[in-house]
Design a protein around this ligand. Structure first.
Ligand code: C5P
Length: 215
């Protein structure tokens, strides 16, 4: 039985017990991928951050909140899998310091120092080079150049490109328009469709590519 590891949702980076930094990821695309992979008979492990909807039924589920927790969970589980899809929207930065007490507000400016979170997807290559690895790129400008650069720098087998525009807001919606860019230079541009349909096409494309590439 083929095994797939999927990450979904956002990460939350706490500043104090009540505040955090996060993003608008709804979890819908990642959860659609879980359902599509289950339909194809794969053993699915889901690592999920906070999302707007409840996660679907899956073989194994791990709940995390921060990017560092997500990294730990990915590194713990990735080697038992054949395919890895990093669909989660990881916060690129976290607060340099966490305050155990709620930070008091005052009338002055508050300058917040942020530090980089690790690039989880990138770091999985040296750890699990034999696994078919897929990333997502959400771009507002120079989409193909940026996505290609990410495909290369993260040493991925495939990247799914979503362009955010006024017409295509992607985040939080049930529909999406995406393109698949493969490591061998092949490109497939898909029309706007539901995330469920896109997830089915993506899972089928990954399975076909793995067969062709002799994984
Ligand atoms: O570099 P960028 O964030 O645009 O790359 C997007 C891809 O990298 C996504 O698949 C995302 O899940 C992953 N990523 C990651 N760790 C980060 C930031 C992004 O794994 N710190």
């Amino acid at each position: 039985m083929l095994r797939i590891l999927i990450t979904a949702g956002a990460t939350r980076e706490p500043l104090d017990p009540v505040r955090y930094i996060s993003n608008r990821s709804s979890g819908k695309m990642g959860y659609a991928l879980v359902r599509a992979a289950k339909k194809r008979g794969l053993f699915v492990t889901l690592i999920t951050g906070p999302a707007d909807i409840l996660p679907p039924k899956t073989n194994k589920i791990i709940h995390i909140e921060t990017a560092l927790e997500m990294k730990r969970a990915v590194m713990k589980h990735i080697c038992q899998n054949d395919i890895f899809i990093m669909c989660a929207a990881v916060a690129d930065y976290r607060a340099a310091t966490y305050s155990r007490k709620k930070i008091k507000h005052h009338n002055k400016e508050w300058v917040l120092r942020l530090i980089r979170n690790p690039d989880i997807l990138k770091s999985t290559f040296s750890y699990a080079p034999h696994i078919y690895r897929v990333g997502f790129a959400l771009e507002t400008h120079a989409p193909y150049e940026n996505a290609k650069q990410k495909l290369k720098s993260k040493k991925l087998d495939m990247i799914v490109l979503n362009c955010i525009s006024k017409k295509n807001k992607v985040l939080g919606l049930d529909v999406s328009q995406a393109s698949f860019l493969m490591a061998n230079g092949a490109k497939e541009e898909l029309p706007m469709m539901t995330k469920n349909k896109l997830a089915q096409i993506l899972i089928d494309r990954i399975l076909k590519n793995r067969d062709q590439d002799d994984f």
